[in-house]
Design a protein around this ligand. Structure first.
Ligand code: HEM
Length: 518
């Protein structure tokens, strides 16, 4: 009798538990998203109809619909890349305009490619009042953890305050010689490659290595050899997280691709251990005058006896290091790589820059104070960042209800800002939007004549604009000056134009170019 009662109770408990789980799944995968969907529609936003629990992901992954030949090809290079890198957004724009709602699984995103809407939405929102989409914070945790790029509110204010001085002009000056050293090493290697019969060089791979070397030396004070394993593992993690079937926002999606998740977690732990060693080595170096580079400033903030009470625990310290190892290498390297492609396609601009370098730098060593004189190079950089923005989108989450004209963007709404779309919008730039024309920036150095100031966002916007943009611009000018002073670059028949988004905007098949010593 007792056994029977126990077995009945047990069965009822299991059934109750299963029913509870079923209702929970039903609620989070279907009922809640449908309720939110209806509320959003009432707020005045339209968009493609989601089918839960995938939302609009199936359509985004539909290869047939997404096939576009506009800018992809081995024989033809077009800069009209929006419909190639974001085919689904280009398609939805035609039906729903430049602001609409789409769904990643059960997560609604407000898509924005209208700078005027963005301007109204962000007016009065400070850096600390923006959030980051929760779903991305979870998805990208192994990569950035609570790094500056992901944190919010007071936490962000505190970190940004600690980190900003690492990229001040005063701190950048002494970095130039390290940049010159690393770039010269790369160029010597190019000479050896050419002398040993290589007709072409994958400049993307080369520059990524050099940018990695520059960031580890300038911001962490270590040699490339000591930092290279972290950089390699971060790059593997990028592939594990962003390359294969992604179901971000779909409830329980972690279980859909357990191998990928476990690999990312394992790599994350390995990177943490390597960074701990780097941090410990710096702590033990007993330097009387602690360095003011990024790691030095982070360690100062990590000091629990800091009278200002701004402490940074070890976990936070590691997450910042990870963020800067990654951010410091990838973005600037891509800006330089895309520039070489565009200069190879436009030999006239290549010559103009070489002429400017001769006038401004001449036989002198590359020096910080001279870089400001490289005006045309600044236009070229901006034009490249416009056409091939390494950061192809920006994301935010609202932390309060915001009214934009007659629509209300509710607190907690995820925003997905399509930078590529705005940078390629003829309504903002004119009919020559997809042409490489650095002279756009001659009379309007900041916005290139864009009809709306929020339409050109290579480094983001507002208080959360890229904290290291001055470092990026300095490194860009130093490395490009050295390359163009020693080499000319030309298109290679093996280059296949296929820009793709793997967190950043990169060439799918690398960037082989014919490189000739001058
Ligand atoms: C050409 C090179 C670069 C480009 C195009 C670029 C672009 C961007 C963009 C678009 C954002 C987002 C801003 C926003 O959400 O409004 C950002 C933020 C950030 N970038 Fe960069 N970046 C570059 C170089 C770098 C470098 C070299 C580093 C590190 C050494 C770096 C570290 C960061 C960090 C930590 C943030 C987060 C800032 C915050 O949220 O407060 N970036 N960057």
């Amino acid at each position: 009798m007792g056994l029977f009662l126990f077995s009945t109770m047990f069965n009822l408990t299991v059934i109750g538990f299963l029913l509870f789980m079923f209702l929970r799944v039903l609620f989070s995968c279907w009922i809640l998203p449908v309720l939110v969907y209806q509320k959003i529609k009432r707020s005045g936003f339209r968009g493609p109809t989601p089918i839960f629990p995938l939302g609009n992901i199936s359509e985004m992954k539909n290869k047939k619909k997404n096939r576009s030949n506009s800018s992809v090809g081995c024989s033809r290079i077009s800069h009209d890349i929006h419909s190639t890198v974001f085919p689904y957004f280009a398609r939805w724009q035609q039906s729903y305009g430049k602001v609409f709602i789409y769904w990643l699984g059960a997560e609604p995103f407000l898509y924005i490619a209208d700078p005027e809407f963005l301007k109204k939405l962000s007016a009065g929102v400070t850096g600390k009042s923006w959030g980051k989409p929760t779903v991305f914070k979870k998805d990208r945790k192994p990569m950035f953890g609570d790094g500056l790029v992901m944190v919010e509110g007071e936490e962000w204010v505190r970190l940004r305050h600690v980190i900003t001085p690492a990229f001040s002009w005063a701190n950048l000056k002494p970095m130039i010689s390290l940049m010159v050293e690393s770039a010269s090493k790369m160029l010597d290697r190019w000479i050896s490659l050419i002398n040993s019969g290589n007709q072409e060089i994958d400049v993307e791979r080369e520059i990524i290595t050099t940018a990695g070397e520059i960031i580890v030396k300038t911001s962490f004070g270590i040699s490339y050899e000591d930092g290279s394993e972290v950089l390699k593992k971060l790059s593997d993690m990028q592939v594990a997280l962003f390359k294969y079937n992604r179901y971000v926002g779909v409830p329980f999606s972690n279980f859909m691709n357990p191998k990928r998740n476990l690999e990312a977690i394992k790599l994350g732990k390995e990177i943490d251990s390597l960074l701990l060693l780097i941090i410990a080595a710096r702590k033990n170096s007993c330097n009387q005058h602690p360095s003011k580079d990024l790691l030095g400033l982070l360690l100062e903030a990590n000091n629990v006896d800091d009278p200002r009470g701004k402490t940074l625990n070890s976990r936070e310290l590691i997450d910042q290091c990870k963020t800067f190892f990654f951010g410091g290498q990838e973005t600037t390297a891509l800006a330089l790589s895309w520039s070489l492609l565009l200069l190879a396609m436009n030999p006239d601009w290549q010559n103009q820059l070489r002429e400017e370098i001769r006038e401004v730098i001449g036989d002198k060593e590359v020096h910080f104070d001279l870089l400001a004189g490289l005006k045309k190079m600044g236009w070229v950089m901006n034009e490249v960042l416009r056409l091939y923005s390494p950061a192809p989108n920006a994301q935010r989450q609202t932390r309060q209800d915001i009214r934009v004209d007659d629509q209300i963007v509710r607190k907690g709404t995820n925003l997905w800002i399509d930078v590529v779309a705005m940078h390629h919008d003829p309504a903002l730039w004119g009919d020559d939007v997809n042409e490489f024309k650095p002279e756009r920036f001659r009379d309007d150095q900041l916005y290139g004549g864009c009809k709306n100031k929020m339409g050109f966002l290579p480094f983001g916007f507002g208080g959360r604009m890229c904290v290291a943009r001055h470092l990026a611009m300095t490194e860009y000018k130093v490395v490009l000056t050295l390359i163009l002073s020693r080499f000319s670059v030309h298109l290679s028949p093996t280059y296949c134009h296929s820009p793709t988004v793997l967190l950043s905007l990169r060439p799918t098949y690398g960037l082989p170019l014919r490189v000739q010593p001058l």
